[in-house]
Write a protein that binds this ligand. Structure first.
Ligand code: ATP
Ligand code: NI
Length: 307
């Protein structure tokens, strides 16, 4: 059974423009995804496709003007705001995309120790600092004294000592040197092998391919495909959705063919399939309604034409 289930999640923001006109921008649309114990699910997709907002929705830290619908479940039970506040940092850990999530007024060693469940918090913190090449003096520093890379390693360390059952890593490695990247990916893999459910949000498809079991592809705020990692191969012929195939072919190591057009803006989403305006396979049926996610060849796809 999946530990984490997201069903039909939508998130939108109301905005007031000139003349008090209200506009609605929908940043996540009917998104479905699950993460099982023992697996790494990588989440890939263009900038602005809703990856971080999904992470924030799971942790219950969306901005207060966000309007959400749908259900998020942890351990088979709905993650209500009350459960989110109890479980965050304990059973659900986030490695945030921005280093601004560190508490500016607390020494970093103490910050990391507050998330340790085991008895000897100091020993656990020192061990994890060693693992992330943070030398002994760092624990006494405040966040403003850290370089960007050190701050990022501190965020990784905080989540990894927490003993959480669900780890959501939102772009955990940019700016880190390759030794630390390998260390962080190995650590996530180790956590999964020990039974955690890991969601790894990343632009780095190479890293995703190395450690993930399944890959979810996001487009314009929804999941267009969820595929076993092995299907990201060759010319992408085993992939299901035209966008995933195009994304795969656009990688430098493949043909590097960019996709024409751009992702729709959250305030101007097409009424049917969100990818239809850019899709070579699109037919009038695609513009009729939003396709549902369906099972296909050991994965899932949101496209009426996919075979
Ligand atoms: N507080 C907010 N109010 C209105 N729109 C927002 C807000 N936060 C995010 N958005 C919009 O929601 C969309 C999704 O943002 P999100 O940060 O989830 O993207 P992402 O996939 O994580 O992108 P990246 O890869 O750049 O990190 C974007 O269009 C963004 O502009
Ligand atoms: Ni993001």
């Amino acid at each position: 059974m999946p530990i984490l289930e997201v069903e039909n999640l939508s998130v939108s923001f109301k905005k007031y423009t000139r003349g008090f006109k209200q506009t609605k921008s929908t940043v996540i649309t009917s998104l479905d995804v699950t993460v099982e114990a023992g697996e790494i699910l990588a989440v890939v997709g263009a900038s602005g496709s809703g990856k971080s907002l999904l992470a924030h929705a799971i942790l219950g830290i969306l901005p207060s003007n966000a309007i959400t619908s749908g259900v998020i479940k942890y351990g088979g039970e709905e993650l209500t705001p009350a459960r989110q506040s109890v479980l965050s940092g304990k059973e659900l850990a986030l490695i945030p995309q921005s280093v601004n999530y560190l508490d500016p007024l607390m020494r970093v060693g103490s910050q990391v120790r507050t998330s340790v469940k085991k008895e000897n918090a100091i020993a656990a913190q020192r061990e994890v600092f060693q693992r992330y090449h943070l030398n002994a003096g760092v624990e006494k520093m405040y966040p403003f004294q850290l370089s960007g890379g050190m701050a990022r390693r501190t965020l990784l360390a905080t989540a990894m000592v927490s003993g959480a059952r669900v780890i959501i890593a939102d772009e955990p490695t940019p700016g880190l040197d390759s030794v630390v990247i390998v260390e962080a990916l190995n650590h996530l893999k180790e956590s999964a092998v020990n039974g955690c459910a890991v969601m790894l949000i990343t632009h780095d498809i190479e890293s995703a391919l190395q450690v993930a079991d399944r890959i979810a592809v996001f487009y314009a705020g929804t999941t267009v495909e969820i595929s076993p990692v092995e299907h990201f191969n060759g010319n992408g012929e085993q992939l299901r959705h035209p966008y995933s195939k195009a994304l795969w072919r656009a990688l430098p190591q493949n043909d590097f063919i960019p996709i024409k057009g751009s992702q729709p803006r959250p305030s101007q989403l097409p009424s049917g399939c969100l990818f239809a305006p850019r899709c070579e396979m699109a037919t009038p049926d695609c513009e009729q309604e939003r396709p549902a996610m369906r099972n296909l060849r050991n994965g899932m796809v949101r496209c009426i034409h996919a075979t």
